[in-house]
Design a protein around this ligand. Structure first.
Ligand code: NAD
Length: 366
């Protein structure tokens, strides 16, 4: 099969880890007989240096013409001046908006061989394997009114947590579809005891649940969810929630897996259903780690696992996705580690060597 892919390596360690992900994707292509046609573009600081904007219309058009987008990371001290007119992160927002990406998926899986890499006790995180589905385009960050003003009694500010039933329905549906393909357990997170937007969220979730009798739906208050994620994270299969709650809870959840260098993410423009390929943007959850850039140190596994998500959701290549995921597991089981997940007695490797090890495993796959 043939697929086209926009690659936006970005800044810092972005280009290094993106190169390893592309290497792995090309190995999958050769091994399984697919062609992945790559188109490179600039985003973030690299785009500011080149064109004065963090993300151009031409790059947006290029991305829109592809089946999926792969993003490295953006940002760095060079572009940090708060007075600057344009910031690298502006590119990310423009990209997400321009591509209509509303569903952010973050799998959190604790590899048994990295069980000692986190701050939590092994007995708490053993068996953790869930997916977070976060709404990306609504809620507090975008709702109107949103402003700050002066009154005779001092300054005031307002943000609005606003949601329409259509926005809730499509994201809850993403949660149900993903749960249907996994453990069939969906936790919908809200604050329905206090917030009106959460009451609507809960009503819509219950309505959509009627179409998914095979999936068990549970409602959980956001404060209870924050607690449960630390107390018993293995409890979860799929979690769906709105933008702000998701922003906070996904960062909390990422700590369960130990290193930022291990966690992948996808942002989708549609509801993933069996047999349907959805346009999406795939990126590691980490940033550009400027201090590690150019040193062949960065862990490329997060972006390589993002490639597995791309194969699954945008290309419908499930066997190929599993091949990449198994390759990562096997290389870790054999004891290879980048610096961030290194422990005593293991074999330390650099970014490129880690990429080569994964490629070798892809080729060795039966
Ligand atoms: P960061 O994720 O870049 O780094 C946090 C810590 O994790 C650092 O110690 C870093 O060395 C380490 N780390 C991150 N990725 C790693 C990897 N693949 N392998 C090994 N170690 C890794 O976050 P930060 O330091 O807060 O931000 C650095 C820059 O990245 C900032 O400019 C920030 O705005 C930007 N940022 C971009 C994104 C994005 O592109 N989506 C996300 C977060 C931060």
């Amino acid at each position: 099969m043939q697929f086209s892919l926009a690659a936006l390596p970005g800044d810092g360690i972005g280009p290094e880890v993106t190169a390893e992900a592309v290497k792995v994707l090309q190995a999958v292509g050769s091994r399984f007989g697919h062609a992945f046609n790559l188109h490179y573009g600039l985003v973030g600081g690299a785009a500011i240096d080149e064109a004065g904007t963090a993300f151009s219309n031409d790059t947006l058009k290029m991305c829109q013409g592809c089946d999926a987008v792969l993003l490295g990371a953006v940002g760095g001290p060079k572009w940090d001046d708060p007075q600057a007119k344009v910031h690298p992160e502006d590119g990310l927002l423009a990209l997400r908006k321009g591509l209509g990406l509303f569903a952010n998926l973050r799998p959190v899986r604790v590899s048994p061989v990295l069980i000692n890499a986190t701050n939590l006790k092994p007995e708490v995180i053993r068996g953790v394997d869930f997916i977070f589905v976060r709404e990306l385009t609504g809620g507090l960050y975008f709702g109107r009114p949103k402003r700050q003003w002066r009154t005779s009694r001092g300054r005031r500010a307002i943000d609005s947590m606003a949601y329409s039933e259509q926005e809730i329905e499509r994201i809850v549906r993403v949660g149900f579809e993903i749960a249907r393909g996994r453990g069939k357990k969906l936790v919908s997170v809200d604050k329905a005891n206090v917030l009106e937007s959460s009451r609507l969220w809960r009503q819509v979730a219950i309505e959509v649940a009627g179409e998914y009798p095979d999936v068990e739906l549970e409602h959980m208050l956001v404060d209870a969810c924050a607690m449960r994620l630390i107390q018993n994270p293995a409890y979860f299969d799929v979690i769906v929630t709105e933008n702000t709650f998701g922003d906070i809870l996904t960062d909390e959840a990422s700590m369960l897996a130990g290193s930022m260098g291990m966690l992948a993410s996808a942002s989708l423009a549609g509801v993933p259903r069996e047999g349907v390929n959805i346009f999406g943007l795939y990126e590691p959850i980490h940033g550009s780690a400027p201090r590690r850039a150019g040193l062949n140190m960065a862990n490329p596994l997060a972006i390589i696992l993002s490639i597995a998500m791309m194969l699954r959701y945008s290309f419908g290549l499930i066997k190929e996705a599993q091949t990449v995921e198994s390759a990562v597991d096997e290389v870790l089981e054999e004891g290879y580690r980048t610096y961030d997940i290194m422990s005593e007695g293991k074999l330390k490797v650099g970014t490129r060597e880690m990429g080569d090890l994964i490629v070798k495993k892809v080729w060795a796959r039966k």
